[in-house]
Design a protein around this ligand. Structure first.
Ligand code: NAD
Length: 500
């Protein structure tokens, strides 16, 4: 793996939301930290007609808005150029190639190119094909393609997209972004597991009763109604982010911390997923759609009243499920996952619930013993909490729950880097570990497709909306755990003093 090297980063969709909110500020932070050498340049590509100066000003504005600072910004933006280009117009790629070659010469970029597609997915395939046929990928240095989610709509469309991309780029040159894999605490799962003698021996079905992953949002669908109607929570969140967290929690220790070894262990988890199909889907998965309600004292409308959403929409804004991994380590341990919009709180947390001790000596105390929990706080607070039982000070032999907490912000007194910053840097260094391999995408779609097939056939239109905005989802999501003798650990109770 290289250190960050000279490179030309071509951002397709450079006037869009993602570029402005995430990519430009992340590049600026890398620049500030000296992680971009002087040999870097960015070409912004989008349809709108803009001069270089106007584009540079928009980069400057987005950095200021996001980071509230602009030291050395003029030097930073001097590396940015703009090219007005309709990606659907075959004739305009030649001019883009000329510009790229000139900039390459000017900054001595050694023919290293990163093509970042911050655009709607229907353009991914055609752009990749053009990059090859018009010679933009014909370079002496490295060429890498970064693509955003969604990677396809189902397994078939993902295969088709992959075929198009692979005509121009090899698998090792494709960086499929899952921005959850850029999150500090998602990356920490591996370290917590494999660097601690006290966890790894217990990390199996002998000591863990269940694992719960919640990723809840308070926001509704906002302006994304059109996209969301064809996606829903299952495809938008579960197929990628949630499944990636399951894989990191469940994988075997890799032989080495190399990209290939880690990815192959994750793929082995996907291969061991118990298929849920047909009649079984209702026993393992629950869908929901938000009705009206109150969030932070504000009355909010139901999903079906959001812009660009059908009045009788069948789209789920919530999904909860039980995932079983049928291998030696995890046989019998449910991984419960839930994600949704318009829920009580914005929070992503993992709760590892350990089995009860064989005999409870403290049953007679005021309170029953709580099971030990390891809580990994992914966002907005970042940290770990270990729930233990200890003697109540001054009491006889009463046990009470105590929490040992580590907060990332508390220790380092700084905000951890934004996921996109880390992922961009990884891509420049050629480290694809925290990007999704095609095999992971394919297995994950295969799992999810079987659920969405059933949900397409058996419309939920009559039962939707089935949860009120501002709650943690439909009752059926609670029943999913109750029938196994568990309950969702309330995210509000798990919060400790971590948001500094
Ligand atoms: P956006 O609609 O804000 O921006 C799209 C960009 O594409 C604009 O710059 C537009 O000019 C350009 N464009 C559209 N048609 C074009 C054409 N024919 N030729 C040239 N340029 C054209 O979209 P966005 O929110 O920035 O999202 C981009 C991608 O990133 C999508 O795949 C989205 O799913 C994904 N994504 C976005 C976010 C986010 O926070 N915005 C998060 C995760 C994933």
């Amino acid at each position: 793996m290289e250190k960050s090297m000279a490179s030309l980063i071509m951002i397709f969709g450079a006037t869009g939301d993602l570029a402005k909110r995430k990519l430009f500020p992340s590049l600026y932070r890398l620049f500030e930290k000296g992680r971009l050498t002087k040999q870097f340049a960015v070409i912004g590509v989008a349809r709108r007609s803009l001069s270089n100066e106007e584009f540079q000003q928009s980069v400057k504005d987005s950095v200021l808005t996001a980071l509230k600072k602009d030291e050395n910004i003029d030097e930073f933006i001097s590396h940015f150029s703009y090219h007005s280009h309709d990606v659907a117009d075959s004739n305009s790629y030649a001019a883009l190639k000329n510009l790229a070659d000139q900039i390459d010469d000017h900054y001595s970029l050694k023919g290293n190119r990163i093509f970042y597609l911050a655009m709607a997915p229907e353009f991914f395939g055609p752009i990749a094909l053009h990059l090859k046929s018009d010679g933009l990928t014909d370079v002496k240095g490295y060429k890498r393609l970064v693509i955003e989610k969604p990677f396809g709509h189902d397994l078939e469309s993902a295969k088709e997209l992959n075929k198009q991309i692979r005509t121009a780029f090899s698998e090792s040159e494709v960086y499929r972004i899952d921005h959850y894999l850029g999150k500090e605490m998602v990356r920490n799962i591996e370290v917590i597991r494999f660097a601690n003698a006290i966890f790894e021996p217990l990390w199996n079905n002998r000591y863990i009763s269940n694992i719960q992953i919640t990723s809840s949002e308070t926001l509704g669908v906002e302006e994304r109604g059109r996209y969301y109607e064809s996606s829903g929570a299952l495809r938008d969140m579960l197929q990628n982010h949630m499944m990636q967290m399951v894989a990191l929690l469940a994988m075997e220790p890799p032989i080495k911390l190399t990209t290939d070894e880690i990815r192959s262990e994750k793929v082995r988890v996907f291969r061991a997923l118990r298929t849920v199909e047909g009649e079984q889907v209702k026993d393992y998965f629950v869908r929901g759609q938000y009705g009206e309600g109150t969030i932070e004292d504000e009355q909010v409308p139901k999903y079906r009243d959001e812009p660009m959403v059908e009045k009788d929409s069948n789209t789920e804004t919530f999904v909860a499920g039980k995932i079983m991994i049928d291998n030696f380590r995890w046989a019998g341990v449910p991984f419960y996952i839930r994600t949704g919009k318009r829920m009580t709180r914005k929070s992503t947390k993992i709760v590892v619930q350990f089995k009860d001790i064989p005999m409870n000596l403290y049953y007679q105390t005021e309170k029953m013993l709580n099971p030990n929990l390891l809580v990994i706080h992914i966002q907005p607070e970042e940290g770990i909490t270990l729930h233990l039982n200890a003697k109540k000070a001054g009491g006889h032999l009463d046990a009470q729950e105590v929490k040992l907490s580590f907060a990332n912000t508390g220790i380092h007194a700084m905000n951890t880097p934004e996921g996109y910053e880390k992922l961009l840097y990884d891509c420049m260094r050629g480290d694809a570990t925290n990007f999704t391999h095609w095999d992971e995408v394919a297995y994950s779609w295969n799992f999810v497709d079987k659920i969405s097939e059933v949900w397409q056939k058996t419309k939920a239109a009559d039962s939707f909306p089935n949860y009120q905005s501002g709650t943690m989802g439909p009752k059926a999501a609670d029943e999913l755990l109750e029938k196994d003798g568990y309950f969702w650990w309330p995210v509000t109770d798990l919060e400790v003093d971590m948001c500094k």
